[in-house]
Design a protein around this ligand. Structure first.
Ligand code: SF4
Length: 391
């Protein structure tokens, strides 16, 4: 095993021999049963850990490295642009494999909380960037290229400190909005999936616990993965988990490596009973022949299987598919069947974006009609499901 810092283990067995520098002792890692299961290892059979030296030496970094004793640790100057790992070239066929076998450890340098107003009031600096799953429409890899495994930010205490100050500065929410009637909602998972992060380390647990102490705020994250370890975190109503759902046939084609949609729905009551608020993301909505029937069936399934207590507190976001020309080209290299449904130039139009990305979305008419059609299906089949916003 190689260590990122190049400093050999000392006799006491302390990684990196960094005692003299005095890193805070790592808090005991949570005992999380699912994390060590065969199912978790299938999703993340980690073989290589690229690590910034400071990240590797941090308590969180040491915990992660210790969890994958067979992984090779490779030092890198920066978690950005690791040659041979990020980017699109030469990795297309290995893209999916890279996501499971590789982790990156880095420190989040710039901590900013951005206003949002749709999914959440605020977008928090996330505990990770990248994802071990490989949804064909995912925009998360846009800045690192599509071969983008999970980068874990090991300076979680700084992230939480930043958030605590932001929450304190804001004070109570002055008036209700669609995000939440009373709490300021912070999305903590914009660039990854917090349920998968929780397989790797306690960053998600630390955030859930932090929000529990902030009565004016609430954490929120969307997920496509059912991680039963999250049921032990005792969020006391201060974390909203949003299970993303789409018709199962479509999900099998597009949501590569995720938990089956039926499992996400079946988990909702357990998460509610464990202290989470449980919402649903109806996303992305992909317009294709027969899509309305498929969504009607999915909504009927929600209505059939969800207990009343889940329905009473549920709300949803409806997000129409946006796609991207570069992603389209990448996908043609590894998953062309997905592009049959995602890339529909006859009903899509370019969408201006500040960063020069060539994004497309459904044409105005198609989009408006589709949102109206889905809203009508919701009224009919799941009238209890308030739509927080449709976009
Ligand atoms: S689960 Fe989310 S973050 Fe991960 S690949 Fe799918 S859409 Fe992207």
């Amino acid at each position: 095993m190689h260590h990122a810092s190049g400093v050999p283990d000392d006799d006491s067995g302390t990684l990196f021999g960094l005692d003299a520098l005095g890193p805070a002792p790592a808090p005991a890692e949570r005992h999380s049963a699912f994390r060590t299961s065969a199912g978790a290892r299938r999703l993340l059979p980690v073989r290589r850990i690229y690590a910034e030296p400071a990240a590797a030496a941090s308590p969180r970094g040491q915990q992660i490295i210790a969890r994958y004793p067979d992984a090779e640790v490779i030092p890198v100057d920066s978690h950005w642009r690791i040659p041979g790992l990020h980017g699109n070239e030469g990795n297309i066929d290995r893209w999916v494999r890279v996501k499971g076998e590789t982790l990156v450890l880095g420190e989040k340098k710039t901590l900013t909380t951005r206003p949002n107003g749709r999914s959440a009031d605020w977008i928090a600096p996330g505990p990770s960037n990248g994802c071990a799953m490989a949804c064909a429409y995912c925009y998360v890899p846009r800045r690192k290229g599509y071969a983008n495994p999970v980068t874990v930010f090991t300076n979680i205490d700084r992230i939480i400190g930043h958030l605590g100050r932001h929450v304190a500065r804001l004070g109570p929410k002055p008036e209700p909005n669609q995000c939440d009637p009373t709490a300021w909602v912070y999305d903590i998972g914009e660039n990854g999936d917090c349920s998968v992060d929780a397989l790797i380390c306690d960053n998600t647990a630390d955030l859930v616990h932090a929000f529990r102490q902030w009565p004016t705020a609430k954490a929120s994250f969307a997920t496509k993965f059912v991680n039963p370890d999250l049921l032990d975190l005792d969020p006391r109503g201060r974390t909203r988990i949003r299970f993303s759902v789409m018709p199962p046939d479509e999900s099998r084609l597009l949501d590569v490596r995720t938990s089956p949609v039926a499992d996400r729905i079946a988990a909702a009551a357990d998460f509610l009973d464990a202290g989470y608020e449980v919402h649903f993301n109806l996303s992305p909505v992909v317009v294709r022949p027969g899509w309305e029937d498929a969504w009607a069936e999915l909504l009927r399934h929600l209505d059939d299987v969800l207990p009343a207590r889940v329905k009473e507190q549920a709300a949803s976001e409806v997000i129409m598919l946006t796609h991207n020309e570069e992603l389209h080209e990448v996908n043609l290299g590894w998953h062309p069947r997905a592009e049959d449904v995602l890339w529909r130039p006859e009903i899509q139009q370019a969408k201006r974006s500040q960063n020069g990305a060539r994004n497309v979305r459904y044409r105005n008419g198609v989009k408006g009609e589709s949102v109206a059609a889905l809203r009508a299906l919701i009224d009919r089949h799941t009238p209890w499901l308030r739509v927080r916003y449709a976009f």
